[in-house]
Design a protein around this ligand. Structure first.
Ligand SMILES: Cc1ncc(COP(=O)(O)O)c(C=O)c1O
Length: 504
């Protein structure tokens, strides 16, 4: 077989193998009757697990693109003869969709069609490749927890929340009937509009605010309102994998646009992008803010190209020592920016509460989507959150959390600089719940290997690799400080330094 298969650095490998072989078969590069290499052989050649190759072959088999002959191997099926001899439009659409990576309908050649339900190929492929981020190690094995992106659960305003939930449960007895406003409880939208004006200089009227079940839910709504299958979306590289997954699941074509020290490389945006997703306050995962000139360039670009911009402001309540830059939303004069936010970091991810601020041009579409999906938050926590914001309890708690996280941020930066100056270069950042550091070029191990060794020593750190969609990835680590008390940071960094062999 003479087809070169290129693989992403991590994840999506079954999809990559399947898609490249499927294209080669549909395009006739692999001739009917040609024998595919044995799974073991191809796995060894590509340096992947045999099951990865077998899963790709199984999909080709299910699609009727190859045939398995017992004892002899796997052979390319004569798909073109089938097409010439009366292939249905569905067959051709399927073949085309395989080539384009867009979902099509089920192939009649699929032997399972009659016997089982199975998802459209696009979703089946994404699901098969969804290895997510690193699985959580058993909590009792973690001694120093530098998990990324998690807030400190002890900072949740438990007593206030309990009191407010009890109050609203009593006040709304019997439980509120009906489905409520699909865009969120009016009191909460009023409170959020005031909150974002004060905390982020985002000018919003209550009608511009849509309460969501977290930022990820909000992003799905935005994507469904704005994108057709096959539309191009530009996302930051590196970036947050679940965000890419949302766009991919809708059949969007994703362009991974690099970031530099100023944020997203606006000069590299593909002109056809209909939507640009960015994290200007605190680039995820690298941590630097997008500079003001870059923000202005992005807005000018969006206006020139008629594109939407999603500003994911997932953790900017926690800002250390610097004045926040103006949000993209506040700089936008053309109504192209959607401001996306969450209470996952400032309160708790399990609450599933967030919001977006959308321009009036999207109001009716978002309201329609929210009404039809009926995924509104429970009215009681919505009312409790409105009170938390209105009474100043939220702001006071955020100030307290910011002081605590600021100390951890300072300490972690200092300890890494002091104990591992030759191994790690910390990327300066002034916000959020994590730091990112590059491993020195001369460092003998890769970040994933180092994360493994650290895990064996009871230290949780995350390699940057999964945040990159394409090679080359940066050799670096993400170190969160939401879950580790300041008092444990020096010992945690010392333990990491011992693992890296760079202890001082
Ligand atoms: C960059 C980024 N965007 C969005 C989210 C999702 O937030 P939510 O929990 O509100 O869905 C996260 C969560 O960690 C994140 O890191």
């Amino acid at each position: 077989m003479d087809v070169h298969i290129s693989l992403p650095p991590r994840g999506a490998r079954t999809t990559a193998i399947h898609r490249q072989l499927a294209s080669a078969i549909v395009d006739g590069v692999l001739a009917p009757g040609a024998r595919l290499p044995a799974t073991r052989e191809l796995a060894a050649e590509l340096g992947v697990a045999r099951t990865t190759v077998s899963a790709a072959y199984d999909r080709l088999l299910a699609e009727g693109l190859v045939e398995a002959r017992v004892g002899a191997g796997t052979f390319v099926a004569d798909v073109r003869a089938a097409a010439a001899g009366g292939a249905t439009t569905t067959d051709r659409a399927e073949a085309r969709s395989i080539r384009q990576g867009i979902s099509g309908s089920h192939s009649p050649a699929d032997p399972c069609t009659a016997a089982a339900l199975h998802p459209i190929p696009l979703i089946a492929e994404l699901a098969a490749d969804d290895d997510g981020l690193a699985p959580d190690p058993a909590p009792d094995r973690i001694r120093w927890d530098f998990a990324g992106g998690s807030p400190d659960p002890t900072l949740f305003p438990h007593a206030d929340w309990r009191r407010l939930i009890a109050h609203h449960l009593r006040a709304t007895s019997p439980y509120p009937g009906g489905y409520g406003d699909p865009t969120g409880l009016l009191e909460l939208r009023v409170a959020i509009a005031r909150h974002v004006r004060l905390s982020r200089a985002v000018a919003a009227e209550p009608d511009d605010v849509h309460v969501t079940l977290g930022a990820q839910h909000g992003l799905g709504l935005i994507a469904r309102a704005l994108l057709r299958p096959g539309d191009t979306v530009a996302v930051e590289e590196p970036g947050y994998p679940p965000v890419r997954a949302i766009f991919a699941s809708l059949g969007a074509r994703i362009e991974h646009v690099p970031v530099d020290a100023e944020g997203l490389r606006v000069d590299l945006l593909p002109p056809r992008a209909r939507l640009v997703y960015a994290t200007p306050s605190h680039q995820f995962p690298l941590g630097m803010p997008m500079t003001t000139p870059r923000r202005l360039a992005l807005l000018a670009w969006a206006e020139r190209h008629g594109a939407a911009v999603v500003e994911d402001d997932y953790d900017s309540e926690f800002r250390y020592g610097t004045r926040p830059l103006d949000s993209l939303h506040s700089l936008d004069r053309a109504g192209r920016v959607i401001h996306l936010a969450t209470f996952s970091k400032s309160l708790a991810p399990g609450l599933r509460l967030g919001f977006l601020v959308a321009p009036p041009s999207l109001r009716a579409a978002l309201r329609f989507l929210q009404r039809t999906e009926r995924m509104s938050a429970d009215p009681v926590p919505q009312a409790a959150l409105a009170d938390l914001l209105d009474t100043g309890v939220f702001a006071a708690r955020a100030r307290r959390s910011r002081r605590i996280y600021a100390e951890r941020h300072r300490l972690l930066t200092a300890e890494l600089g002091e104990r591992m100056p030759d191994a790690l270069r910390v990327i300066p950042s002034h916000a959020g719940l994590h730091l990112t550091a590059y491993l020195d070029a001369a460092f003998p191990r890769t970040a994933p290997r180092l994360a493994e060794l650290a895990a064996a020593a009871g230290i949780r750190v995350t390699a940057l690799d999964p945040f990159y969609a394409r090679a080359p990835t940066a050799n670096g680590l993400l170190l969160g400080f939401g879950r580790i008390p300041a008092a444990d940071i020096p010992a945690g960094v010392a333990a990491l330094a011992r693992v890296t062999g760079s202890a001082r």
